[in-house]
Ligand binder design. Structure first.
Ligand code: TYC
Length: 113
C-alpha cells in the first residue's frame, strides 16, 4: 500500500511552534495494470499438448483445459489468464519455450487489459 503525505501550511500565521507539523495521510487506490495472456489456434499443435499447457501453467483442471482448448480451436484465440506484467511475461515465456522444445508452432501472447 502507498500513501500520499501532504504537509499542511500554517495559514493563520499564529505561533504553532508547540504543535508541530500536521501530516495528512490518505491511501492511494491505484493498482498495477493487469495483462491478459492469450493462446492462439494453429493447424499443427496437437490438442493434447494445448490441454497439457493449460493444466501445467494456468492452474486448470483437465476438464477446464479441454473445454478452453476447444474454444481456442473454434474461435481462434482465448484469454487463458490475467496477471501482473511480470507473471504474464513469465507464463508467455514458459509456454513458448515448451512449445518450441516440442517443435509445435503454438503461440502465446500478452496484452494490457
Ligand atoms: N487446431 C489444433 C488442432 O486441430 C489444436 C489447437 C488448439 C492448437 C488450440 C492450438 O491454441 C491451440 N490440432
Amino acid at each position: 500500500m502507498f500513501y500520499n503525505v501532504t504537509m499542511m501550511a500554517d495559514r493563520d500565521g499564529d505561533d504553532d511552534s508547540d504543535i508541530g507539523v500536521k501530516l495528512e495521510t490518505r491511501p492511494k487506490t491505484k493498482r498495477p495494470p493487469l495483462y491478459k495472456v492469450m493462446i492462439l489456434n494453429d493447424d499443427y499443435t496437437p490438442m493434447e499438448f494445448v490441454v497439457h499447457v493449460l493444466e501445467r501453467f494456468f492452474g486448470m483442471t483437465h476438464d477446464q483445459s479441454v473445454e478452453l482448448m476447444y474454444v481456442v480451436h473454434q474461435k481462434g484465440l482465448a484469454v487463458v489468464g490475467v496477471y501482473s506484467h511480470e507473471i504474464a511475461e513469465t507464463k508467455v515465456a514458459l509456454v513458448m519455450d515448451l512449445a518450441a522444445r516440442h517443435q509445435h508452432p503454438l503461440q502465446c501472447t500478452m496484452e494490457k487489459e
